[in-house]
Design a binder for this molecule. Structure first.
Ligand code: ATP
Ligand code: MG
Length: 431
């Protein structure tokens, strides 16, 4: 992860329109981690991340920025809702579970990476086991067969859907949650209990997956994986705390609810400040995890947060409301633009969807207008409009015709929303 701040912003620009300030802030925070990692150990220990609060209306890209950032640098990332947590001692999730969740993500990442590497190595073993299982299953039902032809057919991909019986590890139920911290019975007894195997029926394709993962598990050193996963969670982990404003009591008056919200803030504090949380993979230090908090802050202010917690989020960025021009760009310019998504999804059913420039203008304009007159839901409005706009085509496309070009232009959009538009104009009038 040696992206410069400029490169990070460039990458984010491919997915998120506008919000330059927020992009800069996260880019700097990320690069600072890299800079820190290059320092001598004594100095490194002194430098903690500068956590960020993103403040802005709903649907303008807060979550999306954090998510893309994590994916870009392949950092362990989780998004949590602050409102999900309750003070220690109350029913609900305790705040430490966010660290356990982060480590889970990290373990999965490291495992996937390593599995990728060893998959090639185990392929011949898996192939041999498949051949054995196929011949055994066939013979069990008195079908004559021999391994050479099976191998040939298997390699030619002819047997993928054949049902076979293989013996697989009988894995115990993974998790039990007893209110408080979760422990996995499975791993507690790892190595203590003999591993049971049991016969299961499945297709060859599925059996290949199961056997591959079993064989990979044998080669991959679990302790190494866990150690690397913990290191990554500690040094590179990003926790996105959504709806932080909802655990801040509004200005004035303190009722019971405010008190318990403040309790959650107090519980979160040590985690953000740096503490050690025990997980089933080992202890995790939270000192260098990057926290990005986000909220609309309609009724509460950042200043209403308990001061200690405020101090832990020194960087504050405002996200802008999206304009009509932004909407147009979001519709067509981003890599995951909705228009592209619908086009590729409908191509499966032989519809070649094309949007004209003026159709995009029209949709963007509608989105902006509707956000103004009814609830402002930001870019999410585009999804609701697009869904309604293409409802008819989506329903009627069946694929049993040659490729059909459908051009969506301004007239098409206006026509599709004739009825809604009338209501909408009326509403504007009444307001
Ligand atoms: N600036 C933007 N550029 C491109 N797409 C955007 C932008 N803002 C929002 N979107 C799209 O809108 C949807 C909602 O965005 P996101 O989840 O980031 O909202 P949010 O700001 O986190 O809102 P909330 O406060 O409700 O959590 C996503 O599908 C996202 O891709
Ligand atoms: Mg969000």
């Amino acid at each position: 992860m040696n992206y410069t701040p400029r490169q990070i912003v460039e990458e984010l620009d491919k997915y998120i329109i506008g919000q330059a300030k927020a992009k800069r802030a996260v880019a700097i925070a990320l690069r600072n981690r890299y800079r820190r990692s290059r320092l001598p150990k004594e100095l490194r220990e002194e430098i903690t991340p500068k956590n960020i609060i993103m403040r802005g209306p709903t649907g303008v890209g807060k979550t999306e920025i954090a998510r893309r950032l994590a994916r870009l640098v392949k950092a362990p990332f989780i998004k949590i809702e602050a409102t999900k947590y309750t003070e220690v001692g109350y029913v609900g999730r305790d705040v430490e579970s966010m660290i356990r969740d982060l480590v889970e993500v990290s373990v999965r990442m490291v495992k996937d990476e390593q599995a990728h590497e060893v998959e090639q190595k185990v392929a011949p073993i898996v192939e041999k086991k498949l051949v054995d299982a196929i011949t055994d299953t066939r013979r069990a039902s008195d079908i004559e067969t021999n391994k050479d032809t099976v191998l040939e057919d298997l390699r030619a991909g002819k047997l993928e859907n054949e049902n076979i019986e293989i013996s697989v590890l009988d894995t115990p139920k993974p998790m039990i949650a007893v209110g408080g911290p979760e422990i996995s019975l499975g791993s507690m007894f790892d190595g203590l209990m003999p591993q049971k195997r049991k016969k299961r029926k499945m297709t060859v394709a599925r059996a290949r997956e199961v056997l591959t993962s079993e064989e990979c598990d044998k080669i991959i050193d679990k302790d190494n994986v866990n150690a690397e996963a913990i290191r990554r969670a500690e040094e590179e982990g990003i926790i996105f705390i959504d709806e932080i404003d909802k655990i801040i009591g509004g200005a004035g008056g303190s009722n019971n609810q405010d008190v318990s919200r403040e309790g959650v803030q107090r519980d979160i504090l040590p985690i953000v400040e740096g503490s050690t949380v025990s997980t089933k993979y080992g202890n995790v230090k939270t000192d260098f995890i990057l926290f990005i908090a986000s909220g609309a802050f309609h009724v509460s202010n950042i200043e209403d947060m308990i001061p200690e917690l405020q101090g832990r989020f020194p960087i504050r960025v405002e996200l802008e409301n999206l304009t009509k021009d932004d909407f147009k760009r979001i519709l067509s310019e981003t890599k995951n633009a909705v228009t592209l998504q619908y086009a590729s999804i409908l191509k499966v059913d032989n519809i070649d969807l094309k949007f004209t420039e003026d159709a995009l203008d029209e949709i963007a304009e509608m989105a902006a207008a509707e956000n103004e007159t009814s609830e402002n839901i930001g870019a999410r409005r585009l999804h609701t409009i697009m869904e309604a706009l293409l409802e008819d085509i989506s329903f009627n496309a069946s694929g049993d015709h040659p490729m059909l070009e459908v051009k969506v232009d301004r007239a098409y959009v206006q026509n599709a929303f004739k009825e809604t538009k009338k209501k909408f104009d009326l509403k504007k009038f009444v307001l």
